[in-house]
Design a protein around this ligand. Structure first.
Ligand code: 4NP
Length: 150
């Protein structure tokens, strides 16, 4: 079983989409895929309607996912932790207890653009175009991740 955690700030826009997209590309018996936010503002909330809508457009249903905050226990529960942006990355690394925890944390777009540390831009304060853009970036990254892990 490979366990993968997607992490953004609020766990309502980017990381639920990343979770749903990756899940759609991997055999579900062999993978645990989850998402979390570094902040707790949206604990217990379903994803942002704009993320749900863009997911639906491409056949990915994330409407029932529920926000939760990243916790130190996630370092024990997951093998790979993907941060959506550099701020998420720094916030996760700050909670790491040792090098083995840190080694699990990666920038998701480095799967597409190795070592570039590009951000998946936070779409929360923008319009629907931002969500379409986020979807495309995550779909490309998840294609590469799924190919590597399958
Ligand atoms: P996410 O987007 O990190 O992709 O879920 C955000 C959602 C909510 C907020 C910021 C970013 N917020 O400030 O409430």
């Amino acid at each position: 079983m490979t366990k993968i955690l997607m992490v953004c700030l609020g766990n309502i826009c980017r990381s639920p989409l990343a979770e749903g997209i990756l899940r759609s590309k991997l055999p579900y018996e062999d993978f645990v895929i989850d998402s979390a936010g570094t902040a707790n503002y949206h604990t217990g909330s379903n994803p942002d309607n704009r993320s749900i809508t863009v997911g639906n457009k491409y056949g990915i249903n994330i409407s029932k996912l529920m926000g939760r905050q990243f916790s130190v226990r996630d370092f024990d529960d997951f093998d790979i932790i993907y941060a959506m942006d550099g701020s998420n990355f720094d916030n996760i690394i700050r909670l790491a207890r040792h090098e083995a925890d840190k080694a699990k944390v990666k920038m998701i777009l480095n799967e597409v653009y190795p070592d570039q540390n590009y951000d998946v831009p936070d779409p929360y304060h923008g319009g629907t175009h931002g969500f379409e853009n986020v979807y495309k970036m995550l779909d490309e990254a998840c294609d590469i991740i799924a190919e590597k892990l399958k």
